[in-house]
Write a protein that binds this ligand. Structure first.
Ligand SMILES: NC(=O)c1ccc[n+]([C@@H]2O[C@H](COP(=O)([O-])OP(=O)(O)OC[C@H]3O[C@@H](n4cnc5c(N)ncnc54)[C@H](O)[C@@H]3O)[C@@H](O)[C@H]2O)c1
Length: 259
């Protein structure tokens, strides 16, 4: 288990799924955690249960990011870890909607998944540079296997997650070139049993079983498995890992689609 004692973390999208599992995992590993989510009821409940602090946040509201980071620093004295986990889908392929609806869906999903992640990185780096004892930190951004093999049914989601992969590498190399001990890595989950899939199953019955079959393990990931990878990248276990990507996909991206 990575040792996160003494570390302070922010986890976005903490109310559900991978975010909730990550709060549980980071707290269990010894970190003090600020969880944020759009949903104040479930976010507060999860944080209350784990001993984390909760603040409501829309990650797409970029003006709010410096306040979120300041809240963590005021409460805990520093910021070591940011997990940019909050995300949404848009369920729209390139020709599925009229112009007005298509661009609205695109703008929303890009604002949350990509701009929200960039704004989080920017605000976190500003705080991590000022950490007592010197600049240090670890950012973990959450992409998706749809950033490798996109969904024809969701152009905005797939493109936003592809953007997250390159964003992470740019952030990682900027920090390295600036001589800052601030790392940035990406976790790429495959099909994971969370609220996103539960909601999609309602409109697309059978989806969950179909995506489970994309892994040769023939099952969905448990969010705790994804959280384990996040905790490793958030820890000091491997300081040379930055700009890296960790697949947690049950080998779904490692097998020829014909098999
Ligand atoms: N579940 C999967 O199969 C899967 C696969 C690949 C990647 N992911 C990614 O993992 C991350 C977590 O997803 P999940 O599966 O746990 O989904 P989830 O729906 O269970 O949880 C997402 C959480 O993010 C919150 N959220 C949504 N928009 C927000 C916003 N604008 N500001 C703040 N919070 C917001 C939601 O309220 C929710 O609590 C997402 O980035 C998602 O794209 C999930």
């Amino acid at each position: 288990m990575p040792d996160l004692s003494g570390k302070v973390a922010i986890v976005t999208g903490c109310a559900s799924g991978i975010g909730a599992a990550t709060v549980r995992r980071l707290v269990a590993d010894g970190a003090r955690v600020l969880g944020t989510d759009l949903d104040p009821v479930r976010g507060q409940a999860l944080c209350g249960e784990t001993g984390a602090l909760f603040v409501q946040q829309d990650v797409a509201d970029r003006a709010r990011w410096p306040q979120i980071v300041a809240t963590a620093v005021e409460a805990f004295g520093r910021l070591d870890i940011l997990v940019n986990n909050a995300g949404m889908v848009s369920h729209a392929g390139i020709g599925d909607l009229d112009d007005e609806a298509m661009f609205a869906a695109w703008d929303t999903v890009l604002a949350v998944n990509l701009t929200g992640t960039m704004a989080g990185c920017r605000a976190a780096i500003a705080a991590m540079r000022e950490n007592p004892g010197g600049a240090k930190g670890a950012i973990v951004n959450i992409a998706s296997t749809t950033a490798i093999a996109p969904l024809p049914t969701d152009v905005g989601y797939s493109a936003s997650k592809a953007g997250v992969r390159i964003l992470s590498k740019s952030v990682a190399t900027w920090c390295a070139k600036a001589g800052l001990a601030i790392r940035c890595n990406t976790v790429i989950p495959g099909a994971t049993h969370t609220g996103i899939l539960d909601a999609a199953e309602v409109t697309m019955p059978g989806l969950m079983a179909a995506v489970a079959r994309t892994s040769p393990l023939n099952r969905l990931a448990d969010p705790a498995e994804t959280a384990a990878a996040i905790a490793f990248l958030a820890s000091d276990e491997c300081p040379f890992m930055t700009g890296a990507e960790m697949l947690v996909d049950g080998a779904a991206m490692s097998i020829h689609p014909g098999f």
